[in-house]
Ligand binder design. Structure first.
Ligand SMILES: [Zn+2]
Ligand SMILES: [Zn+2]
Length: 129
């Protein structure tokens, strides 16, 4: 076990067998309301210990998972890439263990937000730079 996490009420718990291969902060209009910063794993690196994530189709290909009991955002999933499991960084028990390494969709970032980290910033998705 490398990392553990869960929702606010504790109904959903997971653990990972590895560190995430990627971590980023998405500022797009949808992630702002739903997720924010995320950590990305290969699906087989994440074990769900208890509880079931309820999924919402935020667009044709994107599913956003949450706890039905407390509403905590848990997952982000692209239906065309079942090999990846993206988790909300805030759902980790110790989010300090993983730091986002870049920002995406900064053209949709809220105007009052000042982030003075040294991470790379992309106006839209990562390939836009
Ligand atoms: Zn919960
Ligand atoms: Zn986004």
């Amino acid at each position: 076990m490398v990392l553990q996490g869960g929702c606010l009420c504790g109904a959903i718990r997971y653990q990972t067998t590895d560190m995430p291969f990627d971590a980023n902060h998405c500022h797009c209009n949808q992630c702002r309301k739903s997720t924010g910063a995320v950590v990305m794993f290969n699906t087989e690196q994440v074990t769900w210990l208890q509880g079931v994530v309820t999924e919402f189709a935020s667009s044709a290909h994107i599913r956003r998972g949450f706890c039905q009991q407390c509403g905590t955002t848990m997952t982000y999933r692209h239906v065309d890439y079942p090999q990846y499991c993206t988790l909300s960084i805030a759902s980790l028990d110790d989010p300090n263990k993983v730091q986002p390494t870049y920002h995406i969709y900064t053209n949709e970032q809220v105007s009052w937000l000042n982030i003075n980290d040294t991470c790379q910033r992309f106006n839209t998705n990562k390939s836009s730079a």
